[in-house]
Design a protein around this ligand. Structure first.
Ligand SMILES: [Zn+2]
Length: 87
């Protein structure tokens, strides 16, 4: 694997604790152990695909029971909002 920014070949898979703004923009949550890439030049960062996945999950999954801080794993396991399309 190489760094998508500087193409440094010495990147390693890692995890990162992130603060994320909820889709409604009203509050932020802390997400721990998010899959990340550690680059010697650019530092520790979350890829675009993972970032997009988190945005989708926060939008579609019910994370209210998880409180203000949870792990990436817990986010993936959170139940989907079922009544989203009900009118
Ligand atoms: Zn880099």
């Amino acid at each position: 694997m190489t760094c998508p920014w500087c193409e440094n070949p010495n990147v390693q898979e890692s995890v990162k604790d992130c603060y994320w703004i909820m889709p409604d923009g009203k509050r932020a949550v802390q997400i721990k152990d998010v899959p990340a890439i550690a680059c010697p030049s650019c530092g520790l960062f979350v890829t675009e695909a993972t970032s997009q996945n988190i945005d989708d999950r926060l939008y579609w999954n019910d994370v209210t029971a998880l409180g203000p801080a949870f792990t990436y794993e817990e986010l993936l396991k959170a139940p989907r909002l079922k009544n989203w399309f009900l009118k």
